[in-house]
Every structure is written in structure tokens, then in C-alpha cells.
Design a protein around this ligand. Sequence first.
Ligand code: CMP
Length: 139
Amino acid sequence: MTEQTFSIIKPDATRRNLTGSVNAMLEGAGLRIVAQKRIHMSQAQAESFYGVHKERPFFGSLVAFMTSGPVVVQVLEGENAVLKNREVMGATNPEQADEGTIRKAFAESIEANSVHGSDSPENAAIEIAYFFSGTEIVG
Ligand code: CMP
């Protein structure tokens, strides 16, 4: 079934000019980029987006990192897009990421791990609506 997921190319990747390289891997995995914009997240946006992690010890550092430079927010579409994107991203910790994944290729650390992807279709819908209006998504 065709599905959408939400993706972020994080500040460590935009800083190293890797937007195109990440997008090539996403497209190579069979995902279509149906919406995309480069933004600089505010502190409030990052705190709200990562609200589920607010009790975690890394929360403050994560918010500082995500607001440290530009990010590219995206909507990806394809068959089983949520799972497909998680597969091409690789494990959260790049030391555990498989060969051929984005995080294995590019991530600097468990925090500066180059990309974010939704973990379920339900969260994808919430995360997409947080950054995009319907008219910005062009399939
Ligand atoms: P992401 O998939 O965007 O979801 C939460 C983010 O928190 C994660 O990627 C990392 O960038 C960051 N993070 C930092 N430390 C940890 C940790 N110990 N476990 C999980 N996520 C972490």
C-alpha cells in the first residue's frame, strides 16, 4: 500500500553539504520526495517535535543540536514508506547501522545521526502535519 512518512535531514548532514547524497539514497531505496523544504528549527519547534523525549537525559543536547543549523524536512512516499525509510536510514546508533544505510555512510554519532524518520504511519501523519500543509505535498 502506498504510504507517506516524514523525514528530516539533520544539521550534521546539511553542514557537510550531504542533502543531495542523502536524497540519492532515499530515492535509490524507492522512496519519492513529494515535499521538501530547508528550515532553521526554532527552540520551541524542536522541543515540541521531540516532546516524547523530554524526560530523557539527552533531550537538552538534542534540541541544541537540532537548532544548531539548517535542516531539510521532507515527506517521502512509496510502498511501505515508513518501514522502507527506516531500513535505508539504519540503526539510530551508527555503530550498529548496517552497510549501505544512510547512518552507516554519514552519521557522526548517536545524536548527530544525519536523518530522522517516523516510526509508525500514525506518527508520520502527526509529524507531516507539524511541518507541511496539504498544498505543499505534491505526489
Ligand atoms: P531520532 O530518530 O531523530 O530520534 C531521537 C533522536 O535523539 C535520535 O534520532 C538522536 O538524534 C538523538 N539521540 C541522542 N542520544 C540518543 C540516545 N542515547 N538514544 C536515542 N536517541 C538519541
